[in-house]
Design a protein around this ligand. Sequence first.
Ligand code: SAM
Length: 225
Amino acid sequence: MKTEIIGTSDGSYTIKNEYFGETYHSINGALSESIHIFINLGLRNYRDSEISILEIGYGTGLNAMLTYIENMQLGNKIEYHSIEKFPISEADFIEYATNTKQISDKIAPDTLRKFGNGWNEEIQISNNFKLYKQVVDFSQFVPCEKYNLIYFDAFSPETQPEMWSEENLGKIVEQLVPDGIFVTYCSKGIVKQALRNLGLTVRRMPGPAGKRHVLQAIKHIEKCY
Ligand SMILES: C[S@@+](CC[C@H](N)C(=O)[O-])C[C@H]1O[C@@H](n2cnc3c(N)ncnc32)[C@H](O)[C@@H]1O
């Protein structure tokens, strides 16, 4: 699939997918968007814990690499499972990751490469970070693990409405553990309503530059005493 690496307003880079006509991140700042939504509203809720993360849409691997870097301070033991239908080429990955100094300055080259190759196999990136990048179409994906945290990072509902259907969201929300967290950049009404219908407590949070709101949804389970 034809892609192009382009600059964004905070000096970091994203990729444009020519087929879908969408960028993988906000042009108002790829790095700041990913940190704000997935790291600050998602990962930072966990410290010194054993957690599993599911990401829908691996793309450039930016969310995975930021999670790895941030977790050096947080000390979690992480199993990171990401799915992707159209993996970018290894050459594009290396170009993207080396251009992104906030990543390439913090991850050693040998480790960095592991984020871009080795699809469909579990890779032990470090003692406390295991990565499994699976090539699969979301519509065919059958999750069988439980997850503490879901990064839902599909292309927009305008481009790929099927990815955001209540049925499709339901099959992964079902896998959230009690008090598990779902985060996404999209705050559209239909997405909020679908998540509410699925029993999640949906919180509209302030967005990063260029975006008013993003969503954090929590699977609260009623406790019986
Ligand atoms: C917004 S981008 C993800 C950005 C990514 N999280 C990152 O950090 O770079 C959306 C991703 O979903 C992938 N995708 C599109 N359709 C898909 C499908 N049916 N199943 C799985 N992945 C899909 C795209 O190839 C793209 O990589």
